[in-house]
Design a binder for this molecule. Sequence first.
Ligand code: SF4
Length: 93
Amino acid sequence: MECTTVRPGVQCRFMGKKGCNYIGGTCLEIVEECKGCTKIVQYGNREFCSVYPDPAARWRRGTCNFATHVKREDRRPSGKDINPLKAAKRAQR
Ligand code: SF4
């Protein structure tokens, strides 16, 4: 349904007939770590995330997985591509 709280006119899965079903009944504003992300949308003079209703929760356990402004470390050894099937077979040996 369409949001009637902080992002009027935007389709939102948390919106119901009785209003916003998200915790606290509204989306929360972005946090400092979000600055620079392309997912930020501005409504009035407030900034929200277009993906998550509670951006702070996304950063509580590390880097937000949808953040567009953060470079992620390549965890693969020396940049080699790993075939998951071969890796599973190797692990069985
Ligand atoms: S996608 Fe993540 S980093 Fe970007 S605005 Fe949303 S919560 Fe913040």
